[in-house]
Write a protein that binds this ligand. Structure first.
Ligand code: NIG
Ligand code: FE
Length: 429
C-alpha cells in the first residue's frame, strides 16, 4: 500500500477537471480523454493524459516503475471517486416500523410531532456505546466504498445533548482514521427539538451555543455546522443565530432548507454565504436565484423525495438559472435509508431533468465543492488526491443506463486499490 499506481488504456478518462463548483452550462462539461492514462504517486495524481502521452512521459522520466502497480483499463471508463456530501450515517437503532407506518399513510412530520422520527433515533444513539457506533459505521462505509464513494460527509444530530453529539463526532473522527473512505464531519446539534425543549426552541439554541458548540470547535470535531431550518423545527431567525456564531468559531454553514415547507431557508443560505443548502424541494425562485448569485451549492437529495413520496427538487430549473447542483444520498435511518449511489443517478436523470453529464459533475466536483474540498478531490487533475473509480463498462453513459445497479468495478483510494468486484472479497481495511 504505497499509493503508487498507473492506470492505462482507459476507453474514457472522465476527468471532471476543475477546482471549483461547476455552474449552469459548465456542469455538462466532463473533459473526457479517450484512451486515457494517469499516474498516481504517493497518493496524489502526478500525470493525466492519453496512454501514448503518459507512456512517453514515463519513458523519459527517472521514476522507478518497479514500485508502481499497473492496471489495464481497456474497455472501461475511469471517473473521480464519488463524493457523498450529505449523510447521517452514524446512528444507533433503526426505524423500520416507521417506514411501514408511512406505507400505510402516516406522514413523516406527523410521526416526528408525536415523538417518533428523529427523536426515536436520538434515544437509540444515546444508548449506543462509542464502539457500537464505530462498528456499524465501518459496515456502512464498506457498503458506500463498494459503490464508488471515496469521501463522505457525516452529521451528528442524533444526540441533541452534549455527550451524545460529541460521541457521534468522535465516532466519525475514529472512522476517518481506520477506514479508507475520508469522512467530513458536520455538527447538526439543531436537528430536532428534544422533548424537554418543546416550545423552548430559543433556549435549545442557547444551550447548543453555550454548552456544545464551543467544545466541538475547540476540539476541531466538525468542519461544518448544519441546522434543520423547517416549520415546527427551527426558524430562520434561530438558524441564523446558530450558524452565525458557528461561523465565528470556524464551522462553515450548511442548511437543511425548504424541505417540507417554504420558510426562506434558501434566502438565508445566500445571506450567510453558506457552503451549501440542501433538500430545497420547496425553495422559491428568488431564494434559488440568490443562492446561485452567492455561490451556494444546491445539494439535492432525490432519494429522500422518493422515499417520502414528495415532489423532487427542481434540478433542471436550478442548472438553467446558472446554479451549481450537487447530488447526495442523505443516508439516514428515517427519511432515506439508502446509501445507493446508483439510485441517485437513476432518480436525478429520469425524474429531475438532469443529464447524465450534469449528474456526474454533481456527484464529483460539485459534491467536493459542497464540502469546500474542490481544490483537493472531485476531479482527475494533477495534484489532487488519487481517488477514482473504474467502471465495468466503456462509457460513463452506462451509469444511469444500468438502472439502479452499481457499474463500479474497482475503487482506487489515494493510489491504492481498495475495492475490486472481480475479486469478490473486498480489500477493506
Ligand atoms: O435530511 N430532515 C431532517 N433530517 C434528515 C432526516 C433524518 C431522520 O429522519 O432521521 C433528512 O432528511
Ligand atoms: Fe439530511
Amino acid at each position: 500500500m504505497n499509493g503508487n499506481i498507473i492506470i492505462k488504456n482507459a476507453s474514457q478518462l472522465v476527468t471532471c477537471s476543475g477546482s471549483a463548483a461547476k455552474k449552469g452550462k459548465e456542469m455538462a462539461e466532463l473533459h473526457l480523454i479517450s484512451d486515457g492514462a494517469l499516474v498516481i504517486k504517493e497518493g496524489l495524481i502526478d500525470a493525466v493524459g492519453t496512454t501514448e502521452e503518459i507512456e512517453a512521459q514515463l519513458e523519459t522520466s527517472d521514476t522507478d516503475l518497479n514500485g508502481f502497480d499497473v492496471i489495464d483499463a481497456r474497455n472501461k471508463a475511469v471517473l473521480p471517486g464519488f463524493v457523498d456530501s450529505h449523510t447521517h450515517f452514524v446512528f444507533g437503532g433503526y426505524r423500520a416500523e416507521e417506514f411501514s407506518w408511512r406505507l400505510r399513510g402516516d406522514n413523516y412530520m406527523e410521526i416526528m410531532s408525536r415523538g417518533g422520527g428523529i427523536v426515536n433515533s436520538v434515544n437509540a444513539t444515546r444508548r449506543a456505546a462509542l464502539d457500537e457506533l464505530v462498528q456499524c459505521g465501518i459496515q456502512r462505509l464498506d457498503a458506500m466504498l463498494s459503490l464508488g464513494v471515496t469521501t463522505v460527509e457525516g452529521k451528528s444530530g442524533y444526540g441533541l445533548d452534549r455527550d451524545t453529539e460529541i460521541k457521534q463526532l468522535e465516532a466519525m473522527a475514529h472512522l476517518d482514521q481506520v477506514h479508507y473512505v475520508d469522512i467530513v464531519p458536520t455538527f447538526l446539534g439543531a436537528h430536532a427539538v428534544p422533548p424537554d425543549y418543546r416550545g423552548k426552541e430559543d433556549a435549545f439554541i442557547d444551550f447548543l451555543l453555550g454548552d456544545v458548540l464551543p467544545e466541538v470547535a475547540e476540539h476541531n470535531l466538525a468542519q461544518f455546522c448544519d441546522v434543520f431550518c423547517e416549520k415546527n423545527v427551527f426558524s430562520v431567525a434561530q438558524s441564523r443565530r446558530l450558524l452565525s456564531r458557528a461561523a465565528e468559531l470556524g464551522l462553515k454553514p450548511k442548511l437543511h432548507a425548504d424541505e417540507i415547507v417554504q420558510t426562506g431557508g434558501a434566502e438565508l443560505a445566500a445571506e450567510l454565504g453558506a457552503v451549501s443548502a440542501d433538500h430545497l424541494l420547496q425553495a422559491s425562485d428568488e431564494g434559488l436565484r440568490r443562492m446561485a448569485a452567492a455561490g451556494v451549492v444546491a445539494t439535492l437529495l432525490p432519494a429522500t423525495a422518493f422515499s417520502l413520496k414528495e415532489p423532487y427538487a427542481r434540478g433542471r430549473h436550478i442548472i438553467d438559472a446558472g446554479g451549481a447542483v450537487a447530488l447526495a444520498t442523505d443516508f439516514n435511518p428515517g427519511s432515506c435509508f439508502t446509501e445507493s449511489i446508483p439510485l441517485i443517478f437513476a432518480l436525478a436523470t429520469l425524474y429531475m431533468g438532469i443529464t447524465t453529464e450534469e449528474a456526474i459533475s454533481a456527484m464529483t466536483i460539485n459534491a467536493a465543492a459542497a464540502l469546500d474540498r474542490a481544490d483537493t478531490i472531485g476531479s482527475l487533475d494533477v495534484g489532487k488526491q488519487g481517488d477514482l473509480v473504474i467502471l465495468q463498462y466503456p462509457s460513463y453513459q452506462f451509469i444511469p443506463y444500468h438502472l439502479a445497479v452499481s457499474t463500479v468495478e474497482k475503487v482506487i483510494k489515494k493510489g491504492n486499490l481498495v475495492f475490486d468486484k472481480q475479486k469478490r472479497g473486498m480489500t477493506y481495511c
